[in-house]
Design a protein around this ligand. Structure first.
Ligand SMILES: [Zn+2]
Length: 215
């Protein structure tokens, strides 16, 4: 019996060893697989945010060319952060309104497309789109804050919009903030049609100020 017991004992030892090995390997592998995935997802999120920045700036550039002015680039600072601004020669208020608004129009249109084509974006495995969406929302929040405080570089979009439309800059801040808040609610699953259409109306309403600027 002793050999059998020994054998049994060895078998369970072997099994136990194998289980421990599997557990150890799993324990070692799981976090590294998870962190590799986290790393990839983070890189994709950042890529999406960079895409958002590129889209915002290229909208200004496209509006510049559409207005017949050549865009320039200028280093500016936003608080402690060095940044750049797309600049242009002075143009009529109507054109200035369009050029300064173009970045926000791009963000708001892209978010509208994202929320319409991906109503469950928050639960979707789409890190690039999430990064893009987050950039658009956070940029609007940041600009709204700058507009309320009337702070930041003179080239800031909200100042250009406010001056060309002859509206107080904080009002422009509110027009930028409203769709960002409503789109955030939509992202977190609020399907209420007042929220959805309120967001769309705020976006269109902000763009309609172009009539005031062009007068
Ligand atoms: Zn801009």
């Amino acid at each position: 019996m002793a050999p059998a017991e020994n054998k049994g004992c060895n078998l369970s030892t072997a099994l136990a060893r194998r289980v421990v090995t599997v557990v150890v390997v799993l324990c070692a592998a799981t976090p590294s697989v998870a962190s590799a995935q986290t790393l990839t997802n983070t890189a994709k999120l950042i890529g999406g945010a960079a895409l958002g920045l590129a889209l915002h700036e290229s909208a200004h550039v496209a509006a510049d060319f559409a207005s017949g002015v050549s865009p320039g680039i200028k280093k500016v600072t936003f608080g402690p952060f060095p940044f750049f601004a797309i600049t242009h020669e002075s143009v009529s208020p109507g054109r200035e309104f369009v050029i300064s608004s173009a970045g926000f129009w791009m963000q708001e249109a892209v978010n509208e497309i994202l929320l319409t084509t991906h109503p469950e974006l928050r639960n979707d495995d789409e890190p690039v789109l999430k990064g893009l969406f987050a950039f658009n929302i956070l940029t609007s929040f940041g600009y709204a804050g700058a507009a309320f405080a009337r702070a930041g570089p003179v080239e800031r979009d909200t100042r250009g919009i406010a001056q060309s439309a002859d509206v107080d800059e904080p009002v422009i801040g509110a027009l930028i903030l409203a769709p960002a808040v409503l789109d955030t609610m939509r992202y977190f699953g609020v399907r209420n049609r007042w929220v959805v259409w309120g967001s769309r109306a705020a976006k269109i309403g902000g763009a309609l100020l172009v009539v005031k600027a062009a007068r």
